[in-house]
Design a binder for this molecule. Sequence first.
Ligand SMILES: C[S@@+](CC[C@H](N)C(=O)[O-])C[C@H]1O[C@@H](n2cnc3c(N)ncnc32)[C@H](O)[C@@H]1O
Length: 265
Amino acid sequence: MPNDARALARHLAHYGITPCASAAHWQARWRAVDPALRAALDATRQPGATRAPTTAEQLRFYAAMAEPQVAGVMYSRQASTLHAIGSAVAALVAGRPLLLDLGCNIGHLTTWYAACGAVRTVTGIDFVPQCIASARALALPAGAAAKFVAGDITQALPAGSFDAITDTHTISTLPDAAATLALVRSALHPAGILVTVLAHATAASTAHFAHALAAAGLHVHKLEFVYGTDLGQTAAHPLLLAAIAQPATRVDIAGGFAAARLPGA
Ligand SMILES: C[S@@+](CC[C@H](N)C(=O)[O-])C[C@H]1O[C@@H](n2cnc3c(N)ncnc32)[C@H](O)[C@@H]1O
């Protein structure tokens, strides 16, 4: 299957992830979900919370969200963004046989990298056992051979020398990314790459993240923006490609953000 828009849309649809034209459209889809499953997810939320969720809260939230019907509708709020990320990341990892995807959730992007032929073998890791169970159950019908492992990426990564490590919206949300970045550095093949898409990033937080990468011996070679239009709003998500080798020229993060000129960038 090629890394093209139609095939990727079909792949995400297999996970129940399809675009919503508006917030009202998404609300209607959410109301059609089994009320018991909706209540289970709602019970994990912290309405009005002004702090970042604790690890225990995250585990509860993602466990309730791992139910395929719930995950499909929840991820449909960002279907266009996930589509854009899947396409951009697959293009960057193409031809690198062994891939590890961090914070894989139900495996909707993880399996795409194998299904589109970009990589030969893919492993996904997530610390929510319910996500791993759903990822395993959904991968086969999605037509992708992938291995899924339950584990905490701040503690250990699956053994191997990976040609590419991918991460969407996970490492950048960790309270302290240093331990994970050191593990990534050790798990990468010397010529391997890390492709990481940052969550809720600004120019300043992206520059800070690039410093954390460099401190772990991972150097930014490329900054790209991935654009998604979901529920009528367009946002730009910064993507960094880092490697163990130093780049020939320093990547200008502030300049990249200035040129992107969109909300979210
Ligand atoms: C924002 S979701 C992103 C999911 C997926 N990568 C995507 O972009 O659609 C973050 C995922 O990372 C997982 N996660 C968060 N902290 C983790 C940790 N320390 N170890 C392993 N997984 C973690 C969560 O369970 C969740 O599935």
